[in-house]
Unconditional design. Structure first.
Length: 327
């Protein structure tokens, strides 16, 4: 077996292209996966721009989630076999022919899913679990507000919240078509933020117990405004910027929690706990099709530049993927 592999490489000032790079080594607690599909995430664009470097020890290659087949096992790995179909969360290295994955970050691909469908799940499901359910403690009967309701994370947050019995799911999105797509997935209220005042509408709906926000900017104050007493607000990105002037008095008066997290740099042990919880709580619903991946577009790996340009435009609904199953 060759010590080299194909991967999407970044050359400053040039489009993304396929190149030859060293194949990753498989550590004692890792498996080597032959990648079929890699999911795109906005974090990839930020990394490419030089503002989100991989954590120490992680691959410099972009890509935070994959699906594929195990081709080698580390010496300390148990419970997995060569040939197993898996999807996985990564700290980097997904845009490649092979990826080394900590065994604790692996999920088995259910029989009802293709590699492409499975490749759309790990990052979004673990992100939603870590933020909406662990950090913010969404409970059955509570109201959830999701900004970016038709992003990969948004489409999954709707489904996971509905699965646990959220009382109401409210989302914001940037077009009527996106709002219709969110409602088809189970959102109770979908607000076109380009034409409607989401603050006024959320207040009419009774406010929000939990808010998942990837916008930031002026949304920070608006989220505080529409949060219910004892509400929890979690930022996972700041597309409109992290620098804001905020009146924190309502935070105190309403006993709110304003927090933020990232997933990528967490220790593998912590990611393994998150993966275990997702597998136990939601994977049975994935296996019977109650929770489904939402896929916008699938590109071949050699069209990674086109795929990232599509993501940057922001018109997609669900996940954008790179896959070896298309040409």
């Amino acid at each position: 077996m060759s010590d080299m592999m194909q991967a999407v490489v970044v050359t400053e000032g040039e489009p993304l292209s396929l190149g030859q790079v060293p194949k990753p080594d498989c550590g004692p607690n890792e498996v080597l996966v032959k990648v079929v599909t890699a999911g795109l995430n906005r974090a990839d664009l930020v990394q490419r721009a030089g503002r989100y470097p991989p954590p120490p020890g992680a691959s410099q290659i972009m890509g935070l989630e994959i699906s594929g087949e195990i081709v080698a096992l580390g010496t300390e790995v148990s419970g997995w076999s060569v040939g197993d179909r898996v999807c996985a969360l990564l700290a980097g290295g997904g845009y490649a022919e092979y990826a080394a994955v900590d065994a604790g970050s692996l999920l088995p691909i259910p029989d009802n899913l293709s590699f492409d469908e499975a490749g759309a799940l790990p990052e979004v499901m673990l992100t939603v679990w870590a933020n909406v359910f662990v950090r913010c403690g969404l409970q059955a009967g509570e109201i959830l507000l999701v900004h970016g309701g038709t992003s990969g994370i948004g489409t999954m947050a709707i489904q996971m919240a509905k699965h646990i019995g959220a009382g109401k799911i409210i989302v914001t999105a940037g077009s009527d078509d996106k709002c219709a797509a969110a409602k088809a997935l189970g959102a109770d209220v979908a607000i076109n933020y380009r034409e409607q005042d989401f603050e006024a509408i959320v207040r009419e709906e009774g406010g929000a117990d939990v808010i998942l926000d990837m916008v930031g900017g002026d949304y920070v104050q608006k989220n505080i405004s529409v949060a219910k007493v004892n509400g929890r607000i979690c930022n996972i990105a700041y597309m409109n910027g992290p620098q804001v002037n905020v009146n924190l008095l309502p935070l105190m008066l309403k006993r709110l929690i304003l927090t933020g997290t990232t997933l990528r740099a967490r220790p593998v042990e912590e990611k393994a706990e998150l993966r275990k919880a997702v597998e136990e709580t939601f994977w049975p619903a994935v296996a019977v099709g109650t929770i489904k991946p939402v896929i916008d577009t699938i590109y071949p790996f050699e069209k990674a530049e086109e795929a990232q340009a599509h993501m940057a435009k922001g018109g997609h609904i669900g996940k954008i993927l790179l896959s070896r199953t298309v040409s």
